[in-house]
Design a protein around this ligand. Sequence first.
Ligand SMILES: [Zn+2]
Length: 71
Amino acid sequence: MKTRPGICNRKKRFASREAAERVAQAAPFTLRAYRCELCRQFHLTSRTKGMQIPRHELGRPELPGPELRRS
Ligand SMILES: [Zn+2]
């Protein structure tokens, strides 16, 4: 996944995928952790197109959700 520098700077960073996924699971909408090629840390995205979806989530309706915007 290509990440633009502006996105990277705006987004919350996590040192590990585990930390990112903990937050993702607590969110009321679908979030996915991915590793950023720019900062080598992890971000969360609500965009799941083109990303691998775990089998247990298939068939679940996509919930529209805003990006996490916390400063
Ligand atoms: Zn980044």
